[in-house]
Design a protein around this ligand. Structure first.
Ligand SMILES: [Zn+2]
Length: 226
């Protein structure tokens, strides 16, 4: 459960107990197959993972970021299963790809203090039942021994005033996100999302993070679909 500036407790980030039981049962009954090549064993097999070539994201002059691969082939199939096929267990393998990017940057001198996530809107969360970027971010944070901070909240363009009226400390940040003022003060944050297309969402979320006091922001995604 994430708490946001407006005080509402609206996010249910993990499957409910009944669906967790169903998932566990299906794991037993149905053997795992690679979402990319259908080979039995893993949700995303090691050869499909190794086929991913990390790439830099073209996000403009104010934001740097990396993708674990291109949105194509097995990675595209895996992400599709993860986002729309209910295969939230893929968060482990796909999150590992993003975690590898972060670990590589940490090993080469990039300083990061915390992980934040591009949040899903609550209506989408209700439809899907899980926040795919949050699952990735949890994997990244645990791998890198970094804190995962619930700093940002996605608001609808049609109802920002409803949220802002109830959130005295929240600021309107470009219309797409609000954040808790000062919640990231002085921190160098890794911003995690699933797929980058135009980069507009990442730039908007990064701006929100900076408005919350972040000293620097670097973006990390599974795949680039530019
Ligand atoms: Zn495979």
């Amino acid at each position: 459960m994430l708490a946001y500036a407006d005080g509402r407790r609206r996010l249910v980030c993990r499957p409910t107990e009944p669906s967790r039981r169903v998932r566990t049962l299906s794991d037993v009954v149905l053997p795992r197959r690679c979402a990319g090549c259908r080979a039995p064993g893993d949700w995303l097999c090691s050869s499909c993972r190794d086929a991913c070539e990390p790439e830099a994201l073209a996000l403009g002059p104010s934001l740097r970021g990396r993708a674990a691969g291109t949105f194509a082939g097995p990675l595209r199939e895996a992400i599709h299963a993860f986002k729309y096929g209910g295969e939230h267990a893929l968060s482990n393998e796909l999150g590992a790809l993003v975690a590898r990017l972060v670990a590589g940057d940490l090993a080469t001198g990039t300083l990061l203090d915390a992980v934040i996530v591009v949040p899903l809107h609550r209506d989408r969360l209700r439809e899907r039942g899980y926040d795919q970027a949050l699952l990735l971010a949890e994997r990244v944070a645990s791998s890198g021994a970094l804190s995962l901070l619930p700093a940002l909240h996605r608001i609808r363009r049609t109802d920002p005033q409803v949220v802002l009226d109830r959130a005295e400390r929240a600021r309107n940040l470009g219309g797409a996100f609000v954040g808790v003022a000062d919640s990231l003060r002085g921190l160098r944050v890794a911003l995690v999302d699933d797929v980058a297309t135009t980069g507009a969402t990442l730039r908007s979320a990064a701006a929100a993070a900076r408005a919350c006091g972040a000293r620097s922001v670097r973006a990390y995604v599974i795949a680039s679909d530019a």
